[in-house]
Design a protein around this ligand. Structure first.
Ligand code: ADP
Length: 317
C-alpha cells in the first residue's frame, strides 16, 4: 500500500550518519585495489596517494573491518633487495613502535605480501609543513609558536625513550585532520645505549644537519635541538637558515655558523633560534628550557588552528 512505500523511503534516523560516513569513505577508495593482511585477517582498500619518499609510496588505506582510515607506506620488495635495506625498515618500525605520544605519528601495523612491505600508520591527511609553507611562504609567530610547542613536546617524548630522530625537517612534520602536528619518519633515527654515548656517523643525509654531525665530532640528542632551530627559522623566514645553491657551500656556512636573522622577527623568536643554532652542542638549550623560553611562553598561543591556515594567513586577536 501507499503507506508502506512511504515508510520504506524514510530511512531510520539512527542509520543516516553511519551509512553516509561509509559511502563517503568508499567513494575515495578503489574497490579494485584490495590489500590483505593475512597475519591479522584485515582487508584494506587503497585510497588517494599521500606522498612519495625515497623508498615508499604512501596511500590512504581504509580498514574494512573498522571503517578507519590509516596511512600506508607501501614499499615494493624489488626496491629492498639488499639485506641492509630491509634491516633499516625493520629498525625504523621497531623504534617507532615504542613511541606513543600525541605529537608522534602512531604506528599501527606492519605486514608483507608477495610484492610489498606495508607499514600502517596514523593518517595525517593534511600532509606536511612543507606543503603548508609552499602555499603560505611564511607563517605568523603565533602559528609557529603553536607548531614549535608540539614539536618540542614530541621530541621530548622521543628523547625520553633514548631515541634521537636525526632528521627533523618540515617534510617530517605532518598535520592531521584536526591541525595537530605529528613527527614522522624514523628512517635516520638511532637509540642511545648508555648515558653520554656519542654517535659518530649517520647512514643517510639529514636535512638540517648539525655541525657536530657534519664534522663527525660525535653527536647526541643536541643534534635534534639544532634541527628545531632550523625548523623555527624556516617557518618564520620562508627558507632554511644555511641555504645556498650548493650542498658544499651550505656545509661551509653550517660549520662557520654563518646565517642571518631578519630584524623583522620578534626579539623572542630571534633568541629562540639563536640559542638552538649554537655551534657547541652542550651549550644549546634543553627541551625543558625551550618549552619555558620567552618565545613559547609569552605572546599569543593558539589553542587550535583552523584548516584555512593551510593556505591563508590567519588573523589573531
Ligand atoms: P621514505 O621513508 O621512503 O622517505 P616517507 O616516510 O618520507 O618515505 O613518506 C613519504 C611521504 O608520504 C611523506 O613525504 C609524506 O608526504 C607521506 N606520509 C608519510 N607518512 C604519512 C602519514 N602517516 N600520514 C600522511 N602522509 C604520510
Amino acid at each position: 500500500t501507499r503507506s508502506t512505500q512511504v515508510e520504506i523511503c524514510q530511512p531510520r534516523r539512527s542509520s543516516i550518519p553511519d551509512n553516509a560516513n561509509m559511502k563517503l569513505h568508499i567513494n575515495h577508495f578503489d574497490p579494485n585495489y584490495i590489500i590483505y593482511d593475512s597475519s591479522s585477517d584485515t582487508t584494506y582498500l587503497r585510497g588517494r596517494l599521500l606522498g612519495k619518499g625515497g623508498f615508499a609510496r604512501c596511500y590512504e588505506l581504509l580498514d574494512l573491518n573498522t571503517n578507519k582510515i590509516y596511512a600506508g607506506k607501501i614499499i615494493a620488495k624489488t626496491r629492498i633487495s639488499k639485506p641492509h635495506q630491509r634491516q633499516k625498515i625493520i629498525r625504523e618500525v621497531e623504534l617507532q613502535k615504542t613511541l606513543h605520544h600525541k605529537h608522534v605519528v602512531e604506528f599501527h601495523s606492519y605486514f608483507e605480501d608477495d610484492e610489498n612491505v606495508y607499514i600502517v600508520l596514523e593518517n595525517c591527511s593534511r600532509k606536511s609543513l612543507v606543503h603548508m609553507l609552499k602555499q603560505r611562504k611564511t607563517l605568523t609567530e603565533p602559528e609557529v609558536r603553536y607548531y614549535l610547542k608540539a614539536l618540542v613536546e614530541g621530541v621530548g617524548h622521543i628523547h625520553k625513550h633514548n631515541i634521537i630522530h636525526r632528521d627533523l625537517k618540515l617534510g617530517n612534520m605532518l598535520i592531521n585532520d584536526s591541525m595537530e602536528l605529528k613527527i614522522a619518519d624514523f628512517g635516520l633515527a638511532t637509540s642511545i645505549g648508555y648515558e653520554g654515548e656519542k654517535k659518530m656517523t649517520v647512514c643517510g643525509t639529514p636535512n638540517y644537519i648539525a655541525p657536530e654531525v657534519l664534522q663527525k665530532r660525535g653527536h647526541s640528542y643536541e643534534a635534534d635541538v639544532w634541527a628545531i632551530g632550523c625548523v623555527a627559522y624556516a617557518l618564520l623566514v620562508g627558507r632554511p637558515p644555511f641555504e645556498t645553491s650548493t650542498l658544499k657551500e651550505t656545509y661551509v656556512r653550517i660549520t662557520s655558523n654563518n646565517y642571518v636573522l631578519p630584524p623583522t622577527l620578534s626579539a623572542d623568536a630571534q633568541d629562540f633560534i639563536q640559542k638552538c643554532l649554537c655551534n657547541e652542542p652542550e651549550l644549546r638549550p634543553s627541551l625543558e628550557q625551550l618549552l619555558n623560553s620567552d618565545f613559547l611562553t609569552s605572546g599569543h598561543m593558539p589553542k587550535t588552528l583552523s584548516p584555512a591556515c593551510c593556505s591563508t594567513m590567519p588573523k589573531f586577536p
